[in-house]
Design a protein around this ligand. Structure first.
Ligand code: HMG
Length: 390
């Protein structure tokens, strides 16, 4: 039986208006900046302006995909986030008027910490296997926020990745097997009454590593490739050093060579964007893919490994092969511009933005005009969020 190849046909990302340099944070924490640059592998983190949220960055990520491919046969929009703006209405529906999504598509929001973007990708692949004429828009969008002056604070960040998933994809063909591991772990969570995550950092690092190893074992049981076949490994990157740690752990658990040079060669190209954007939760592993495709030598025909981890916890180890001619479909220039055009943020304004609370009184509140990005949250009025294109 021949099956239609399914995978990522286009990928676009967006991030916020502001960036906070980790040197600023190191001064505030009274620590050596190398604790952040080398210790966790982060240089900067994206910070949302007062008029940005997961909807505005999702719209900025998705619009270039619709501009290039139109909306025909997009029958499903799956928006993955763990920093949603509404407990009931899917954030994807706010995108309708902003970017012109089709009315003939189902629009759903998915949640399982940082993992749910991968759930979206796999659900999309299954829908397309059922009907290869359909296309699915998967959007992973998050703003990571921890308590001020906590160990998690330097691992904040924000980004959205939009992917058009289709038959006969131009960028990455997914393998039909994957490995899964789910377990109830209290390593990171956010009760409904909190805007900041609660985290047990050391538990989370261990849970991530265990889940990676277990998902890999399941992947192999299901007929997956050998570890030596992969050109690179795209890990979920809460901070880039985590990818290095998890990869070393995985290789050593399988008695493979885990010298620093081999690990660096497998991971380095996936880290350039995450290093300066920070944790983007659901988007992080796909930001890693964008970084890899934009920086690595020719990957056409090469298999890639993906390790998606979401606290709580669910992990998936899956794989795919880069398509011939993929480079013509990349958005390297736009990706670099999204990062380099961020405005440097001073500590005082960062703290104000961090401490600002969304209004809850249902009255009219105009939002301070700050972002230079294509979409903004203009007001909150009558408990409704009103967005506008700039
Ligand atoms: P910390 O207290 O800053 O950790 O918290 P530390 O003191 O252990 O330092 C970190 C590293 O910096 C250490 O290296 C130090 O040695 C090194 P390691 O032992 O790890 O190799 N260091 C230095 N290196 C060079 N020069 C120096 C220097 N000083 C120290 N001068 C922690 C770190 C990750 C715990 C904290 O940032 C945190 O709690 N982060 C949030 C949780 C997190 O990111 N967990 C990751 C796994 S869970 C996950 O990925 C899911 C998640 O994305 C959520 C979701 O799924 O939705 C978080």
């Amino acid at each position: 039986m021949t099956t239609t190849p399914v995978g990522i046909h286009d990928l676009s990302f967006a991030t916020t208006h502001y960036a906070l340099d980790h040197a600023v944070l190191a001064e505030r924490f009274g620590v050596d900046p190398d604790k952040f640059h080398l210790g966790i592998g982060q240089d900067k983190m994206s910070v949302a302006a007062a008029d940005e949220d997961i909807v505005t960055i999702a719209a900025a990520a998705a619009k270039p995909i619709l501009d290039r491919h139109g909306v025909d046969n997009i029958r499903t929009v799956l928006l993955a986030t763990e920093s949603g703006v509404d407990q009931s209405k899917s954030a994807g529906l706010y995108l309708h008027p902003l970017i012109g999504l089709p009315n003939t598509a189902r629009v759903v929001e998915l949640k399982q910490a940082c993992y749910s973007g991968t759930a979206g990708l796999q659900f999309a692949a299954a829908l397309i296997a059922r009907d290869p004429s359909e296309r699915v828009l998967v959007i992973a969008t998050d703003i990571a926020k921890y308590e001020l002056d906590s160990p998690g604070e330097p691992t904040q960040g924000a980004a959205a990745v939009a992917m058009l998933v289709s038959a006969n994809p131009a960028i990455l063909q997914l393998d039909p097997y994957s490995g899964l591991y789910s377990a109830d772990v209290m390593d990171f969570w956010r009760p409904n009454y909190r805007t900041e995550a609660v985290v047990d950092g050391k538990t989370s690092v261990n849970a991530y590593q265990k889940a990676t190893q277990e998902a890999w074992t399941d992947y192999r049981r299901r007929g997956g490739r050998d570890l030596t076949e992969f050109a690179a490994f795209c890990y979920h990157q809460p901070f880039t050093k985590m990818a290095y740690k998890a990869h070393r752990h995985l290789m050593e658990s399988q008695s493979h060579t885990a010298d620093a040079a081999a690990i660096d060669a497998a991971i380095r190209d996936t880290t350039f964007y995450n290093r300066t954007v920070g944790n983007s939760y659901t988007a992080s592993v796909y930001l890693g893919l964008a970084s890899l495709l934009d920086h690595a030598d020719d990957l056409a025909g090469r298999p890639l490994a993906f390790i998606s981890y979401g606290s709580g916890s669910v992990a998936e180890f899956f794989s795919g092969t880069v398509r011939p001619g993929y480079r013509e479909h990349l958005r390297t220039e736009a990706n670099r511009a999204a990062i380099s055009s961020r405005e440097p943020l001073g500590y005082d304004r960062y703290r104000e933005l961090h401490e600002a609370q969304a209004p809850t009184d249902g009255m009219y509140h105009a939002t301070r005009a700050e972002t230079s990005r294509p979409f903004r949250l203009a007001e909150i009025s009558g408990h409704k969020r009103i967005y506008e294109a700039r």
